[in-house]
Write a protein that binds this ligand. Structure first.
Ligand SMILES: [Zn+2]
Length: 611
């Protein structure tokens, strides 16, 4: 026990002394300084511990990856047995230029609304009663809705109040989610894996209560497959001894306290105001030039005159508004230039595809896409080469000039008693270089051109791929590893990684938008494993060629990658391994390799038998 507390204490110190006040609430300089002194005073001991414990060493690294990645990628649809997410929300922008009077009113509304959100956040945090609803982001729960009605300040319209409350709830529930995911990495147990148990552990509920609620949830779920997770949790809880349970709860508490203080209570600085049909109306205009008019009921003057602003938009958006079914919900915000922005959302409804066919897709550079039916689509090599040969060299000549200028300056500084005319001519030369540097636009133009080329190539490759599949095809993709982006030191490597990431992201977005189904799989060893005998080794791959060192199978390396990706989508054994070691990446890779190894042994045994 003492060891655990000590290790936690250490982690706190390491984070506090790392001096990132944004991550940690410890703004007080002197407190941090004292901690630093404390750390120094037992440095030897700490260092020994630090060296021994890889967990601590990796800690900041993990956080870095966590804070960088994740959200930027579009999420793959959950396929399993859950419902197909057939509502995709996009929005069009409209903008208006209200008069000064109206601008002031809307601005005041925005400030009041933001204040209201923060009030709700404080009230929710203070109440301690709604941990479960917050963890589960349950906005429809009747108890929490009643709570909103009670705490709503006087004079605030119900619609505004409810919308602000929803935002506050989302903010807090995101915070709990982050804490829970962080804790999963620290101490994986049923209490961090299950949202229900997580909430109950925070509230300090008893073991019997937990088992009861889990059983209730399990009973409410009809399909046996979905309830297996809860049955598992209930079983684990029932098998625990009391002392084990108490210890686990204690450990949970300590780690929860530590992790949660790293995530500040959210404070909303400026929020858009969501408006629904109760408080807003958008209508086509009658006798003015602008195509639409929005009328908003004033939040601060309930029952008073409505704020009416004409709205304009682009031709493209206008077409969308006329052809789509627009939602009854908009968000408005005021920018600094007195421009009212209206964000009007609409849904694209797509029907559930049947997905009888599966295609594995390997994204890469020399072939943008290589599919498991051996089609190569597009290529990013020319684009990457353009960067290497044109953009980089033109930036190089720019930095040449900078270096020249710098060396002249150094020379002048070191030789103080140069003849006046030499000195003057050197200064003139320096000024000329400076002018040339200032005027240099070519590298930047070339750089822009590179991005345009990249966008174009990505778009045309995706169009070509989508034209080659139909709505019944399930596209299987690799989950792109965030770490990969950081690893590459060479700029060319970085370029390729960036291009590949963009390619995959755009592909997922397009598939999602057009209603095609896709699935992401764990990428470990997809480029090294032999599709015939499962022999897995780096030496199998030699750049573009794949040659198995065990059975001699030969093919294009990207094609092999695509085959492996496709096979993994319904490879139950490996999917189970991935699920089991979801948060322990190294273990997962080790076990995937073990699976392949076992298969290879089996293949070899069968081969010798056949002989
Ligand atoms: Zn082989």
């Amino acid at each position: 026990m003492g060891k655990i507390v000590f290790s936690i204490l250490l982690k706190v110190i390491f984070r506090m002394t790392s001096g990132n006040p944004r991550q940690f609430n410890c703004r007080d300089e002197s407190a941090r300084f004292q901690l630093l002194i404390f750390t120094f005073s037992c440095e030897d001991f700490l260092w020994k511990y630090y060296k021994k414990s890889p967990n601590i060493r990796n800690f900041r690294h993990i956080r870095y990856i966590n804070s960088k990645g994740g959200d930027s990628m579009p999420k793959a649809r959950k396929r399993k047995d859950t419902q197909f997410d057939n509502k995709i929300v996009k929005s069009v922008f409209l903008y208006g230029n209200p008069t000064k009077d109206k601008t002031d009113k809307i601005r005041a509304m925005q400030i009041a609304f933001t204040k209201l959100i923060n009030q709700y956040i404080q009230k929710l945090i203070g109440s301690n009663e709604f941990t479960m609803q917050l963890v589960k982001a349950d906005k429809k729960d009747s108890k929490i809705r009643a709570f909103e009605k009670v705490i709503r300040p006087k004079g605030v319209n119900a619609a505004y109040g409810q919308n602000a409350f929803d935002i506050a709830l989302t903010q807090l529930s995101n915070r709990f989610d982050n804490i829970r995911i962080d804790m999963c990495k620290e101490c994986e147990s049923v209490f961090t894996k299950s949202k229900v148990l997580f909430a109950m552990s925070i509230d300090g509920k008893s073991r019997m209560d937990m088992i009861d609620s889990i059983k209730k949830i399990s009973a409410a779920i009809k399909s046996k497959k979905d309830s297996s997770f809860y049955d598992d949790c209930a079983k684990q809880l029932a098998e625990m001894k009391d002392s084990e349970f108490n210890f686990a709860q204690h450990e949970f508490r300590v780690i929860y306290d530590m992790v949660s203080c790293e995530y500040k209570i959210p404070y909303v600085k400026r929020s858009q105001i969501p408006l629904d049909s109760r408080i807003m109306e958008i209508k086509p205009s009658e006798d003015i030039k602008a195509p639409y008019v929005i009328s908003i009921s004033n939040m601060l003057d309930v029952g008073g005159p409505k704020i009416v602003v004409p709205l304009n938009t682009s031709k493209h958006s206008l077409h969308k508004i006329q052809t789509r079914k627009m939602a009854g919900m908009v968000s408005i915000s005021m920018d600094i230039q007195r421009c009212l922005k209206v964000d009007w959302s609409y849904q694209n409804c797509v029907s559930q595809p049947k997905t009888s066919k599966m295609i594995g897709v390997d994204t890469g550079i020399s072939d943008a896409f290589h599919t498991s039916d051996n089609k190569a689509i597009g290529s990013m090599s020319p684009v990457i080469d353009f960067y290497k040969n044109v953009v980089e060299t033109s930036f190089a000549s720019l930095s040449d000039m900078r270096n020249k200028k710098r060396s002249i300056r150094h020379y002048l500084r070191r030789h103080k008693n140069l003849p006046e005319d030499v000195r003057r001519s050197l200064i003139q030369k320096m000024d000329k270089l400076e002018q040339m540097i200032q005027k240099a636009k070519v590298p930047y133009r070339k750089n822009r051109h590179y991005y345009e080329m990249l966008d174009h190539e990505i778009k045309s490759s995706i169009d070509e791929y989508i034209a080659s599949i139909d709505h019944e095809t399930l596209t299987v993709l690799e989950k792109l590893d965030i770490k990969e982006f950081n690893c590459s030191r060479k700029s060319n490597g970085k370029r390729s990684m960036f291009a590949r990431g963009q390619l995959q992201k755009k592909l997922m977005e397009t598939l999602n938008w057009k209603g095609y189904d896709f699935k992401e799989i764990e990428p470990a060893y997809t480029s090294q494993a032999c599709p015939v005998c499962s022999y897995t080794d780096k030496t199998n791959r030699d750049n573009k060629r794949f040659k198995c060192q065990c059975c001699g199978y030969e093919a294009d390396a990207d094609y092999v990658g695509a085959l492996n990706i496709r096979a993994r989508a319904d490879d139950k054994e490996i999917l189970d391994v991935c699920e089991k070691y979801k948060y322990k990446h190294d273990e997962m890779q080790k076990h995937i390799k073990m699976v392949y190894h076992a298969r290879n042994e089996k293949y070899k045994a069968e081969a010798t038998e056949a002989m």
